[in-house]
Design a protein around this ligand. Structure first.
Ligand SMILES: [Zn+2]
Length: 255
């Protein structure tokens, strides 16, 4: 018997407009470093186990598996609005929906899964941001595409999911330079480490989102660190491609 599924939720989405969450690694059927709720197909897990893991999550959360739409993880800034023709090639790190039904999934394993929701206009979004996406502005692009769909930036709530935090995200000087070039000297974005400097993706993404007009109080940017908590989360830096993948998800509830 598998462990129970555990899902982190942000209080910012507590008004009942959305189904949403960031599942931890427990409650699935995958084994080894992918134990147990691996939700990604791309790193070589048994596809049947991944399918069953997704089905378990869908049942736990009350959505239909066929309603799931997921990011393609290419570290770009393309955002696909569900219902539009797919981009060519069909690659996008962000998704937007303005109707009940679709459930948007954003993959991560140290990268930041980001969930967006405007409960007033009833528009939601999801994105995956590693350091390249954070520098390229994928979070801002999701906000822009939500505004095109009727949202107001000032009404959008954003939750960053479990991801590698500044404690563990040691990077090279070229990565530090890329963040500084994009966001300037934001306090806390670059912090000293024992060897090289570390970057706080939450601080960088908050700067990015505020630039797009999202209110500071509407950004939940203090998720737990995936690399520090091996019993709860997958981590690419810890386990490489032998490990599993998380998927944050959000969808509009029917009204
Ligand atoms: Zn850490």
């Amino acid at each position: 018997m598998a462990d129970a599924i555990r899902v982190l939720r942000s209080p910012l989405f507590g008004d009942g407009s959305f189904l949403h969450g960031f599942p931890e690694r427990t409650g699935g059927e995958s084994v080894g470093l992918r134990a147990s709720l691996n939700l990604g197909y791309r790193w070589g897990d048994d596809p049947e186990l991944v399918r069953r893991n997704r089905a378990r999550l869908a049942e736990h959360e009350g959505f239909a598996l066929e309603d799931l739409q997921v990011t393609k993880h290419v570290h770009g800034t393309n955002v696909w609005r569900v219902g539009e023709p797919l981009p060519d090639p069909p690659e996008f790190d962000g998704l937007v929906s303005d109707r009940p039904g679709p459930v948007l999934g954003a993959f991560s394993a140290d990268c930041v899964p980001i969930l967006f929701g405007d409960p007033v206009a009833r528009v939601c979004g999801a994105a995956h941001a590693g350091w390249r996406g954070a520098v390229a502005g994928v979070a801002e692009r999701v906000v822009e595409r939500m505004v095109e769909a009727g949202a107001r930036a000032a009404d959008i709530r954003v939750a960053l999911g479990p991801s590698i935090r500044a404690c563990c995200f040691e990077v090279g000087a070229e990565v530090v330079a890329a963040f500084r070039e994009q966001y300037g000297d934001v306090p806390g974005m670059v912090v000293p480490g024992p060897n090289k400097e570390h970057v706080d993706l939450g601080v960088a993404l908050t700067a990015s989102l505020e630039r797009a007009g999202v209110t500071h109080a509407h950004i939940d940017a203090t998720p737990p660190c995936t690399r520090c908590h091996s019993e709860r989360f997958f981590s690419y830096r810890r386990d490489g491609m032998e490990g599993g993948v998380h998927m944050g998800f959000i969808g509009l509830k029917g009204s």
